[in-house]
Every structure is written in C-alpha cells, then in structure tokens.
Design a protein around this ligand. Sequence first.
Ligand SMILES: NC(=O)N[C@@H](CC(=O)O)C(=O)O
Ligand SMILES: [Zn+2]
Ligand SMILES: [Zn+2]
Length: 378
Amino acid sequence: MCSEERATWRDLGAVIVDCGGQGSVKRLISIKMELTITQPDDWHLHLRDGSLLEAVLPHSAKHFARAIVMPNLKPPITTTAAAVTYRESILKAIPKDSNFTPLMTLYLTDVTTPDEIKLAKKSGLVYGVKLYPAGATTNSQDGVTDLFRNCFSVLEEMSEQNLPLLVHGEVANSDVDIFDRENVFIETILEPLVQKLPQLKVVMEHITTADAVKFVESCKEGYVAATVTPQHLLLNRNALFQGGLQPHNYCLPVLKREIHRQAIVSAVTSGSKRFFLGTDSAPHDRHKKECACGCAGIYNSPVALSLYAKVFEEAGALDKLEAFTSFNGPDFYGLPRNKSKIKLRKAPWKVPDYFSFPFGDIVPMYAGETIEWEALPC
Ligand SMILES: NC(=O)N[C@@H](CC(=O)O)C(=O)O
Ligand SMILES: [Zn+2]
Ligand SMILES: [Zn+2]
C-alpha cells in the first residue's frame, strides 16, 4: 500500500529451517521485509549532458523525485540563462512515465556578480550556488581562487536572497595532504564564513570526516547541513587498494580512514536533521576511469537507495532512514516533502558489472556484487 503518510512496514514472512537433532532446534535464516517510504530526493547529483545525460537520467528518475543538479559541465553553468537551457535539455531526457524534477544550480566563479544571484533567485529554477575551489575536483578549473576576496558581495547577496551555498569542501593547495583537505577547508574557509555570514545557508557536500560531522553539528540547525554519499558510508580508504588499484572506488573527496566512516554512519543514523541524502553519483566512461590518469567520480544512482538501506539496517536504525532520504533535505531547502512513495524490499539482487551504451560503458558502485535491498516504484 502506498497511500499512508508515514513509513510502513510489511513483514513478508520469515524463512525458518529445522536444524534437526534432539529438541529440533529451529533457526531463523532470513526475514523478508518491505518498507514503504516517502519518495526520496537526491540533493547532490551529476547528470552531465548530451548522450551521457540520456544514458544516466533514467536511473535517477526511477528512484528519486527531485535532484539538485550539479553545474560542473564543460563549460560550467555559470549563469541563470545557461541553467535554464540545461534544465530544458534535462526535461527532454526524462522518461515519459516519470515525475522527476531537476533543481538547478549555478557554478560560482571569481567573476559571478550579485545581479546574477538576483536573476537566479527570480527565475525560481535555481536552488543553490556551487562553490568549487579551483583545482579541487573534476571540472573545477573555472572555480573560485579566493572566496573572501573575490566573492564576498555575492555571498552577501545569497544570504539576502536565501539562496544556499553548496560547497565542495576541500582546499586544493598542493602542500596540504589530500587526506587533510576537508579538515583544512573547514578551518580556513567554513568557520570564518559562518562567523561572517551567519544567515547564509550552507550545505557541506559529500562529507567524509569526523571533523566535518563535528563542524556541522556545532552550527545553527537550519543554516548549515551536509549531504552524505553511499560510498563514504560504506567504504574506507582500504577500498582504493583492495587486491590492487580500484579506480571505480576513486572519488573526491577521497575515501578516508575507518574511524571517519564510523563517525559519518553514527551521524546519519542518529536521526539528526542536519544530514541528508546526496549521492554525488558522478558517471564517467569506463575508459576515463580505467586508464593511466583515471578521473574522480563514482557512479551510484542505480544502487544508492539499496546501499543507504543497507547502512541503516546494519546500524539498527531503519526507523531513521526515511527522514534522511526524504524529509531532512526538503525541510532544509524549504521545499514541500514528496507525496509519492517508494518501496524498499529486502530481496537480494545482483548489480550489473557495467551498463553498456553506444558511447561506451559505465561501471556502477558495487558492480557484480549482490545487495540485500531492492528499491521498487510504488
Ligand atoms: N565526486 C567526484 O569525485 N567527482 C565529481 C565532482 C565532485 O563532486 O567533486 C564529478 O563531477 O565527477
Ligand atoms: Zn565535489
Ligand atoms: Zn559531486
């Protein structure tokens, strides 16, 4: 049933085996369960453009009602006019039977103007402005070189217009160790930023460390929040080298130590409203991942919901899943929660080794592995 307001459980029956012997010991070997939740949104998604957009969009549209669409195209989406055109090409690629709505963003540069922010807000189609520190990640070469010096009036205008700043929270300085880049970004950029502009809404995207959890929790609720990916909840940095170099586990910010993974799991499964779903699904052609200089980004749209369910189940917190996937995000952005529902059924399925398209293959996260939870439309 998909009409209820809140998450509902359905026990599809337990499988019990008789282990024989005296007293006939019976053992529960599996419980089949089904959970119906409000349809989730993806608050951090790379849809790309052209044939890659057409290839990946159906995977997101199958599970998610809305998505914050990242602007790091080539060239980047730096103006409202470009965001409107990009949105139209996304709308054309949406499968006929889908209710998917793209929520557009602008790519902040050293030369973005406060007037552009006014235009963006007025359009009603732009929901955030993305800060890529120049050189920090994929397609960030046009990003910001000095936030406080070059963008302060723009940030003030965003605060005024109630338009959130979405951040790739890493410094890009070559003298800062790659595993410390998030931490240094918090100290040198985020802490001063929330001091200077306490009314500015900030989403720290794809957090990877206990330090980021601590920072977000120390800020005023409703002003600073964080998105969390399936990979940073399930994998630690060993996954980059397990049995040899694993390019499909390489994303930025790079995976961190196990203690950090555990801190992020605790944060999202605690029921805190400050954390919400953002897959950071970032498709790249297989040849751009499996090569001498493989690029950063993990493609997880087809498996993300199943993997989030796995994380919450393993933490004994399935009752907190719906708030993370479907309530905290819209509440932070001041948008209505979805009315539509989705089913999560505990039924093992095998993730394809790759998805094949005319232009090439895309290898998803957990390729070839079996996952316990399946997401089904309602
Ligand atoms: N996460 C990644 O490793 N890559 C993203 C960019 C980003 O979100 O930083 C991409 O666009 O490929
Ligand atoms: Zn990023
Ligand atoms: Zn991203």
